[in-house]
Design a protein around this ligand. Structure first.
Ligand SMILES: Cc1cc2nc3c(=O)[nH]c(=O)nc-3n(C[C@H](O)[C@H](O)[C@H](O)COP(=O)(O)O)c2cc1C
Length: 182
């Protein structure tokens, strides 16, 4: 099955972005396998640490290297994406010559409680992910206004119109991986 490394840009336990990622995972079951990267243990980027790389860094790179594609689910913080994601992106792009991002098919989405659905954060993240060499899916875009009433107790998305829209988006991502992946 197609393996997707998933980076969620929020560390808090009740994160709507994590809940959204898990909702997508359930909708993609049988087609895409989600493997969640652990960003909580990553230090801030520091070039000096490559002398003895922290385990969280080597694990992050291994998770991305082993995946067929990457999905980033980002919150919007102060009209951009969170610092924890930027650190993860920079760690995985290094050391020089060992960029884990190079050529990886990638999709970006994100959830906010408000109507804007992380649109500004996603646009900034898109620029960064082009710069590190991923094959970013341009369309369709997915700006997600989180509605808790659309989820059941097990975390599955139950609203039919939302489900059908998200299944279409996941299908486009699967097609993008098939078209641009190795
Ligand atoms: C530091 C900070 C900055 C935020 N800035 C924005 C913002 O610019 N736009 C927005 O829509 N929501 C903003 N929010 C609200 C987040 O969308 C909301 O807290 C969301 O639940 C965060 O995602 P999470 O639940 O996955 O942690 C901000 C929240 C925090 C903590």
């Amino acid at each position: 099955m197609t393996k997707v490394a998933v980076l969620v840009g929020s560390l808090r336990k009740d994160s709507i972005n994590r809940k959204f990622a898990q909702g997508l995972e359930k909708l993609a079951a049988g087609k895409l396998e989600f493997v969640y990267a652990d960003l909580a243990s990553l230090p801030h980027y520091n070039d000096d640490l490559w002398e003895n790389p922290p385990e969280a860094v080597t694990e992050l790179k291994a998770t991305i290297d082993a995946a067929d594609a990457v999905l980033i689910v980002t919150p919007e913080y102060s009209r951009t994406y969170p610092g924890v994601l930027k650190d993860a992106i920079d760690w995985a792009a290094r050391p020089w010559g060992k960029n884990s991002w190079g050529g990886k098919p990638l999709a970006i989405t994100g959830a906010s409680p408000g109507a804007i659905g992380t649109a500004i954060a996603q646009h900034q993240l898109r620029t960064t992910m082009v710069a590190v060499g991923t094959a970013v899916m341009g369309q369709p875009e997915l700006y997600y206004a989180f509605k808790p009433e659309h989820y059941d107790a097990g975390g599955a998305i139950t609203d039919e119109a939302t489900k059908s829209f998200l299944e279409g988006w996941l299908g486009s991502f699967a097609d993008w991986i098939a078209k641009t992946g190795k």
